[in-house]
Design a protein around this ligand. Sequence first.
Ligand code: GDG
Length: 465
Amino acid sequence: MERDPLSRLIIISNRVSAPKEGGAQGGLAVALSAALREYKGLWFGWSGETTEQFTGHINFQRHQGVTTATVDLEEQDVEEYYNGYANRTLWPLFHYRIDLAEYERGFAGGYERVNDRFADTVRPLIEADDIVWVQDYHMFPLGSALRKRGCENRMGFFLHIPWPPRRLLAVLPEAAELVRHLFDYDVIGFHTSEWLESFCDYAVDELGADRDGDALVLDGRRLLVMADPIGIDAKEFIAASHSPVARLIYRRMRDSAVGRDLIVGVDRLDYSKGLEERFLGYERFLQEHPEERKEVFLLQIAPPSRGSVESYQKIRATLEGLSGRINGAYADMDWVPIRYVNQGYPREQLAGIYRAARIGLVTPLRDGMNLVAKEYVAAQNPEDPGVLVLSRFAGAAAQMGEGALLINPYSAEEISDAILKALKMPRGERIERWRRMMDNVEREDVLWWRKRFTDALIGKVEEPG
Ligand code: GDG
């Protein structure tokens, strides 16, 4: 089904990150910039800045073919909505960390207030034929708030993080209300069928929704549910890995490795990424295989994120302690087992680092998808690719499972065994495994993801009746 050429795409997400060279753009930002270049329309959200008094003033900008429209929020909004409900309540809970989730009415109230503010501000920008696509857990109630303001457009919602099992979600005081809000969208997308099934379980068992083929029906509202795994901009990333910058960094990494194998990890510094478990698994490997010790080193790139949230300060301190302890125990005058770096690198440099690495070590405890796993694959040399060691709890495992070495990140032994297996893997097997993953990375890229979602959204318009 072709979309109406007049309809624009309005993307709404918490943070709007205009395309830029380099810098640590998150997975979402990278994906959406690529999608928006294809469409007219705009990307609306929070500027990341604060203001004394919320005015709803919109700042329009245009960068590399993408129009952005951003608003500033008050300090209190940021505290309650962003640092509070989004990152201290929803993020931990949706990553199965009920031990870290905080439930405060003030957070929930701030979350609703900010979603109402977004709705008030963006509503006048939405024209009758526009398709509206809301992104992620900061904005669950936005569709509902827009409907209350008379918005009858096709509206879709995509969740970039896992959807927790029904009984975990029940811990959230506002769970039922949040899920009801989602029925004001026309389509909801998840990365995997696992997250989708958990959502359906909740809607059916707790709210009494009915399943009808690919849709759920509640109080007369029909919500199309789909698994739509996000990909990377594969062509762009392959090109990045052949750029002069990537080549230079590749050589620098190889020179500094002096014949040793590089194991690489790249993650926002977040407790969901299994960094502690990764270090412990690597430590286990060093303990169990003294003969391999000086043959490898781990480069962990972990740019800090959400530093004003206490659990993020804690994980940072834990990792500093752990890397210090492991380096203290095993380092020699000419070798350090872990290079732990708390800064981000431009994408082209990252591509060169991935390519130089014999192992990509990706060990989240839960992850909606995990784009680093796919970027690592895309950056490899087809003649001599590295091995992806991947957590079975990342959404990416559903697509990369045939080629990656899947591990349970809670088991230091499994991580250690997989590192050894990857180091010893013959070139033929490495190529065969990589090819399977690369086929998927190229086929199911970010354009494929976006098209499947917007097609589903538009398809609904043309449904009879
Ligand atoms: C959320 C979900 C889902 C990281 N360090 C640097 C850097 N990065 C880039 C990576 C990658 C992105 O950040 C991280 O994406 P992930 O997918 O791994 O993780 P989240 O940020 O948690 O993203 C996740 C994603 O949304 C999309 O739906 O996959 O499950 O949690 O692109 O390369 N980029 C640069 N320098 C760095 O140092 N340039």
